[in-house]
Design a protein around this ligand. Structure first.
Ligand code: NDP
Ligand code: 8X3
Length: 253
């Protein structure tokens, strides 16, 4: 029986790269996101390569929809070996006193509450089976706030606290818990952050070679593949020439 990885936000960037890396490593996949078309495309590509995939289309902010999707899975598919809580986003880069409260709510509901919803659905089975691995995608933004990052940084600081809390609460089991904290990764992230202003998004990655989704997926896969007695608790992955969330050395163009 192949292992099963459940990856949220699997239609783009880090989540899609994790899907490809774990498929390569012999896992079957449960992939989730809101875009049914993209999910279907990825499912078809994977199945052509003999990877079994369950594609679940729902918004992680909708706890009821998440529960229904989870309950639609056959019992054998609920025995998830690796949960990758990746779905998330930044919206806006504004001074805290000028930010859009609607953007704040979306980030809090997705990055914090969505992650908790999935954890609540999947982890009880892991505890019961006394095995499993939760990999949360945090961020360098959760280590220290940067200018105009306010609520996004706060959601990723929450991911750190939530991940640490879970690790404590499952310490009497063989379940492992990891917080991956990427720095600059070139994905759709900045296009989303700037509400589709692609020119502004491109500037984020100018003058520095950013990380790719595949770089982060490699680390996630390593953590999941480490010997059972090894728990990779936390990893900060930065681009070379990036020192933290604020200090980035860029070549002049
Ligand atoms: P992308 O925008 O490329 O991918 C985000 C994924 O999340 C998409 O598959 C999207 O799918 C999904 N998603 C977003 N909102 C929801 C929702 N409400 N319900 C379900 N799925 C959702 O960005 P990244 O790959 O860069 O981001 C992935 C994670 O990595 C995020 O948590 C982000 O905060 C984190 N991160 C990113 C960094 C970067 O520099 N790129 C650095 C550090 C952390 P769909 O739209 O189909 O729902
Ligand atoms: C995404 C990376 O530095 O834009 O979490 O916050 S950063």
């Amino acid at each position: 029986m192949k292992k099963i990885a459940l990856i949220t936000g699997a239609t783009s960037g880090i989540g899609e790269a994790c899907a490809r890396r774990f498929a390569e490593g012999g896992y079957n996949l449960i992939l989730t996101a809101r875009s049914a078309d993209k999910l279907e495309m990825i499912r078809a590509q994977m199945e052509a390569n003999r990877v079994e995939v369950k594609a679940l289309t729902f918004d992680v902010r909708d706890a009821e929809a998440a529960q229904q999707a989870w309950e639609s899975l056959p019992e054998t598919w609920k025995q998830v070996d690796v949960l990758i809580n990746n779905a998330g986003l930044a919206l806006g880069l504004d001074k805290e006193y000028e930010g859009d409260p609607e953007d704040w709510n979306t980030m809090i509901d997705t990055n914090i509450k969505g992650l908790l919803t999935m954890t609540r659905l999947v982890v009880p089975g892991m505890v019961k089976r006394n095995e499993g691995h939760v990999i949360n995608i945090g961020s360098v933004a959760g280590d220290a706030a940067y200018a105009c990052g306010n609520v996004y940084c706060a959601t990723k600081a929450a991911v750190k606290a939530i991940t640490d809390g879970l690790r404590i609460d499952v310490a009497d089991t063989a379940v492992r818990v990891t917080n991956l904290k990427p720095g600059l990764v070139e994905t759709n992230f900045s296009n989303v952050r700037f509400h589709g202003d692609n020119a502004r998004a491109e500037k984020v990655y100018q003058g520095i070679k950013p990380l790719t989704g595949a770089d982060i997926a490699d680390v996630a896969y390593y953590a999941a593949s480490a010997p059972k007695h090894v728990q990779i608790a936390e990893v900060l992955i930065l681009a070379t020439h990036q020192a933290n969330g604020s200090i980035i050395h860029r070549e002049q163009v």
